[in-house]
Design a binder for this molecule. Structure first.
Ligand code: GRF
Length: 184
């Protein structure tokens, strides 16, 4: 599930081949026309949009989201640059089968603006985490982390791009482990 450019989604889709235990079944965006949708099309993966702004309530949006996902019957959901907070009601239907990538070394810096917060705190290390999605924001069991060094002249944008490189390596590795564990 994406909301924007889908660079993490591309890496995930490209990684699912050969002996990888998973295959992509759908790329779903909550934003119509998100750049990642064209990338998914080019990769031959089915796409769908469930635009949250078309729904009066969060619950109505999530009901439509769940219904569309059910059509594709995924075994695993990967949130990749998906920028909506999901309610406990929605998460409870997929708990244990949903991963998210968060650009910080959780449990540090849950929520937004993680790179600026790491710079402001004077951290020498920063990075990204992949965790199971639970009802609490950015709080579920962690399946993998990658670290980067913070340079003193870093801006949030420079640091974010350095973290993104690690995200692109980490997420496919974690998905392979998670899918293999799910298959038992
Ligand atoms: C990334 O910075 C990631 O940390 C966050 O969403 C951003 C965009 O990801 N989760 P993508 O390029 O859309 O995969």
């Amino acid at each position: 599930m994406i909301s924007g450019g889908g660079s993490n989604m591309v890496k995930l889709v490209e990684s699912m081949s050969g002996d990888h235990p998973a295959r992509p079944c759908l790329v779903l965006s909550n934003i119509a026309g998100a750049g990642g949708l064209d990338k998914a099309d080019a990769l031959g993966v089915e796409t769908a949009t469930v635009a949250h702004k078309n729904f009066a309530t969060r619950e109505a949006f999530e009901e439509a989201l769940h219904a569309r996902l059910e059509q594709s019957r995924p075994d695993i959901i990967c949130l990749a640059g998906f920028m909506r907070i999901l309610t406990a009601g929605f998460v409870s239907k997929w708990e244990g089968r949903m991963l998210n990538i968060h650009p910080s070394l959780l449990p540090k810096y849950q929520g937004l603006n993680t790179h600026q917060r790491a710079i402001d705190a004077g951290d020498s290390l920063h990075g990204c985490s992949i965790h199971e999605v639970t009802a609490l924001l950015d709080d579920g069991p962690i399946w993998g982390q990658a670290t980067v060094r913070v340079q003193k002249e870093d801006t949030a944008e420079v640091l974010a791009n350095r973290v993104l490189v690690q995200e692109h390596k980490l997420y496919p590795e974690v998905l392979r482990k998670f899918a293999a564990a799910q298959q038992g």
